[in-house]
Design a protein around this ligand. Structure first.
Ligand code: ZN
Length: 93
């Protein structure tokens, strides 16, 4: 699998790192590296951008920073572990 395939996939689907890791049979660490790379390379793309729906606590609604694709395991606000993973989608600007 190449990063181009991940890019094409994300143009059609929104997916979490876990979804992508299943889809492309790759470790989540590898997928996170790809996502970071894709985000950087799309920064200069005039047509497309990587949209990140941030991780969110399902209990108290705390929204995590979008800086990292990796979801935190625990909510800093309520200390619970019911976190919805961040999801990614590539859309036209
Ligand atoms: Zn919380």
């Amino acid at each position: 699998m190449t990063r181009e395939e991940v890019i094409e996939y994300l143009k059609e689907n929104s997916a979490t790192a876990v979804d992508l890791s299943k889809e492309f049979a790759k470790s989540s660490a590898g997928i996170e590296e790809d996502l970071n790379h894709i985000r950087t390379s799309l920064r200069n793309d005039p047509e497309h951008q990587l949209l990140i729906r941030p991780a969110e606590c399902l209990l108290c609604g705390y929204v995590f920073s979008t800086d990292k694709p990796k979801a935190p395991s625990k909510c800093p606000q309520c200390q619970e572990q019911k976190i919805r993973l961040p999801s990614f989608k590539i859309e036209k600007r």
